[in-house]
Design a protein around this ligand. Structure first.
Ligand SMILES: C[S@@+](CC[C@H](N)C(=O)[O-])C[C@H]1O[C@@H](n2cnc3c(N)ncnc32)[C@H](O)[C@@H]1O
Length: 236
């Protein structure tokens, strides 16, 4: 084998190893630094303090989690995800970042059984999770969240907007900086009209507000569910 061929072979092996090493970053959508910081800055600017309790729904491999955990007091971050592999990758990322002493609670679940965490939360976030879920799963998540939010607590969630009314069945194109994405009425990635979330909250202690564009590079919009907001001062 010539020297050039050897170098090429080595190069391929290294990029394969790198791909494998970073699989858990791609698995949650890539843009590791940007999306991690975006969600953290968003909540911190709205008042997330180190002594607050945060529930990260569909935390994946801790893309946002690493930032939240660094900010919060030990034991105040709870992350749940349906993927054992992503949670393991998150634990490794935690160690690499020297944050194991922060003792986050990382739990595998797929039925949003938040009660089992035995904690009420001041804040919760589901970043890029509802975009992958059918409506009944979202309803289960929101209904269980109602029981685990503190009074005045806030649950931020991202979604792909369907601005054409809840019975528009046509796919929607989202023109992003780097590509065009298609979302669907009844398959992943899903879009929803905001009125769907208002409907879900009817008769509950949750009120939902649409916050719209929050700087997500793939056109995901932000909304917030607030528990008994009238009893508490709203800060946005
Ligand atoms: C696109 S990733 C986003 C991860 C994380 N929120 C972030 O911003 O990096 C979606 C995550 O939702 C998780 N997920 C999907 N369905 C779920 C369910 N029913 N219960 C818990 N997690 C779920 C996936 O395993 C995945 O980690």
């Amino acid at each position: 084998m010539t020297a050039l061929k050897k170098i090429k072979k080595l190069g391929t092996a290294i990029s394969r190893a790198t791909l494998k090493r970073d699989w858990y970053r791609d698995a949650v959508g890539g843009m590791w630094e940007r999306m991690g910081k975006l969600q953290f800055d968003f909540l911190r600017e709205r008042g997330l303090r180190p002594d607050h309790y945060l529930l990260d729904v569909g935390c994946g491999s801790l893309r946002g989690g690493i930032h939240f955990i660094r900010h919060l007091e030990p034991g105040h971050y709870f992350g749940i995800d349906s993927s054992t592999e992503l949670l393991s990758a998150g634990r490794a990322e935690l160690k690499r970042n020297g944050l194991a002493h922060k003792r986050p609670v990382l739990a595998r679940m797929e039925d949003f059984d938040f009660k089992s965490l035995q904690q009420t939360f001041d804040w919760a976030i589901a970043q890029s999770v509802f975009t992958h879920l059918p409506i009944n799963s979202i309803m289960r998540c929101i209904s269980n969240m109602e029981g685990s939010l503190a009074e005045g607590g806030r649950f931020y969630a991202t979604f792909f907007d369907n601005p054409n009314g809840k019975l528009n069945l046509a796919p929607i194109l989202h023109h992003c900086d780097d590509k065009t994405l298609t979302t669907f009425f009844d398959k992943d990635p899903y879009h929803y009209s905001f009125e769907t979330f208002q409907f879900i909250c009817q008769g509950s202690s949750l009120k939902v507000e649409c916050l719209g564009d929050w700087g997500h590079p793939r056109d995901q919009q932000m909304m917030v569910f607030i528990k008994n907001p009238i009893l508490h001062l709203s800060t946005g």
